[in-house]
Design a protein. Structure first.
Ligand code: SF4
Length: 193
């Protein structure tokens, strides 16, 4: 559908294919490096992202980037960061199925042009888009590897907004499990390179 990533981004920035185009401040196409081997997919822009036009720059995004940095992965070098939906839903509500379908061409273009080796799904909305057959919860599937049709390895992890509500680092807590999952991603990246 798009000839290249730049065309997809330009189309996204003026898109009104769903009603979110009426209420957004800025569409949020992507952040990080297009050369990265890891693509991180979240749910949708929040207030800060909507204002700045950058993904994962609010409190939860900053926490996620801090956790990635702790395992040696830097936003601008190692990660290509996107959301399932490119415009902020009012009051940060969950995107509707119609909105996800309307926005899907942008995510498909990003997957096709970036060709990531590893895809990290943050939260249930990203899981439902990339692993539509999967009905288990994030808690049940996090840390496991799945195969994407492109050949990429896919792992679901907790959304960082969930981690903001769980501060403990004790064994078995969400933050401790997230650290294990990110370490596993680094390990898998080493095997693929
Ligand atoms: S959410 Fe996606 S489909 Fe809807 S207006 Fe924004 S860019 Fe277009």
């Amino acid at each position: 559908m798009f000839q290249n990533l730049a065309e997809a981004q330009a189309t996204c920035e003026s898109c009104h294919a769903c009603e979110l185009g009426q209420t957004r401040t800025k569409s949020v196409f992507a952040g990080g490096s297009p050369l990265a081997k890891i693509m991180v997919i979240g749910e949708a822009p929040g207030k800060d992202e909507d204002e700045q036009g950058e993904p994962f720059v609010g409190r939860s995004g900053q926490l996620l980037m801090k956790l990635f940095a702790e395992v040696g992965l830097e936003r601008e070098r190692d990660l290509y960061i996107v959301n399932t939906i490119k415009c902020r839903p009012p009051q940060n509500r969950k995107p509707t199925q119609a909105e996800k379908e309307a926005c899907r061409p942008f995510l498909d273009a990003q997957l096709a042009f970036i060709q990531p080796q590893i895809i990290v799904l943050c939260g249930a909305t990203a899981v439902s888009s990339l692993l539509p057959q999967e009905k288990r919860t994030i808690t049940q599937i996090r840390g496991q590897w799945f195969d994407h049709a492109s050949g990429a390895k896919v792992m679901a992890v907790f959304h960082p907004s969930y981690l903001l509500r769980h501060h403990s680092l004790d064994a078995g807590t969400p933050r401790s499990l997230m650290r294990l999952d990110l370490a596993e991603i680094v390990s898998a990246l080493g095997e693929k390179c």
